[in-house]
Design a protein around this ligand. Structure first.
Ligand code: SF4
Ligand code: SF4
Length: 331
């Protein structure tokens, strides 16, 4: 455990899937030197395969006794796919793009907005993902070289590249598949939570540039901070796959159930769930129902003209309140 722990909350009701966060991260950290296929931040459509494709099937994390579980390392043929450039001419004017040979079978966000179900009862939502800077990091536990460490002052999990010998056990053991292998440098690399920005009082680039203002950043023990309030006071922000045993520090406000489904005559089906609760629980655990109930009741309260600190926070009226990094911005 670190002395303090930085955490991020992402409100999935506000993510518009614009990928600005992905581009902000990529242009800053991973667009060169063997990092072309890496997405330290990715945004996937859910239900969907995610990135790497079907990452939840690769294993890793801890079992109930606290032992490391076996995990697989994704590859380009199974998981990542190959980076490609879009042929915009073909996309816009081609006659049969999908049947052309050479169309990749997998890749980052390849199934964007496919979701599940048939119109008009289809559904999907966006799930942005970065390294969870876990309190019990499986990547750190698995590294035989002691190259992965957790900073005491903020809990950021980093790879010491001088010590990394490229054995890749961290990649197999991270159940979120958020460590990548740089074949040019023969080193493991991962999200660094933009620690050079944090040290200047700036939020990570993915959060700072988020168009939907969905990301809150702060210390988990800062009781005046919005992160603390969303996670501990109102309990509407939940970790992704807490069942993996790594104690993740990225939290999600789950998506509300959305509009009702429609019957064959186009009439709304009272009480129907467009996004099934069981699916959300498979991601965010058994507290999902209570979190959604809290959100719904605060929305009702607001409709009646009453105040709601929770909704005021989620609206993100004051952008600077979303980032409490314990120091004034230096630039
Ligand atoms: Fe390590 Fe994976 Fe947790 Fe990040 S998400 S700290 S890479 S186990
Ligand atoms: Fe979602 Fe924000 Fe990323 Fe856009 S920038 S995809 S709104 S998390």
């Amino acid at each position: 455990m670190s002395k303090r722990q930085l955490a991020m909350v992402m409100d999935l009701n506000k993510c518009i899937g614009c990928q600005t966060c992905t581009v902000a991260c990529k242009t800053q950290w991973t667009n060169r030197n063997g990092r072309d296929y890496m997405y330290w931040n990715n945004v996937e459509s859910r239900p969907g395969a995610g990135y790497p494709n079907k990452w939840e099937e690769f294993g890793g994390g801890f079992d109930q006794q606290g032992n490391l579980r076996d995990g697989e390392i994704p590859t380009r043929s199974k998981g990542y796919g190959d980076p490609w450039d879009f042929n915009h001419e073909e996309l816009l004017h081609g006659d049969d793009f999908k049947n052309k040979s050479g169309v990749p079978a997998v890749g980052p966000n390849w199934d964007e907005e496919v979701g599940e179900g048939q119109f008009p009862n289809s559904n999907f939502f966006y799930l942005p993902r970065i390294c969870n800077h876990c309190a019990n990091p499986a990547c750190l536990a698995a590294c035989p070289s002691g190259a992965i460490f957790k900073r005491d002052q903020d809990g950021v999990v980093l790879v010491d590249l001088d010590r990394c010998k490229g054995q890749r056990l961290c990649i197999a053991s991270c159940p979120y598949k958020k460590v990548y292998f740089n074949t040019k440098l023969f080193k493991a690399e991962k999200c660094i939570l933009c620690f050079p920005r944090i040290e200047k009082g700036l939020a990570p680039a993915c959060a700072d540039q988020c168009v939907g203002r969905i990301r809150f950043v702060g210390y988990l023990d800062d009781k005046e901070g919005q992160v603390y309030k969303l996670v501990h006071k109102y309990k509407v922000a939940l970790p992704l796959h807490a069942d993996y045993g790594t104690v993740p520090n990225i939290y999600y406000v789950p998506p509300l159930k959305g509009p009702p489904k429609f019957d064959g005559d186009g009439k709304p089906i009272e009480g129907s769930e467009r996004i099934p609760l069981s699916y959300l629980e498979s991601l965010f655990g058994p507290d999902t129902k209570a979190a959604l109930k809290r959100l719904e009741s605060e929305i009702e309260q607001r409709k009646q003209g009453k105040g709601s600190e929770l909704l005021d926070m989620l609206i993100a009226f004051k952008r600077d309140d979303m980032f409490r990094l314990g120091k004034e911005r230096e630039i």
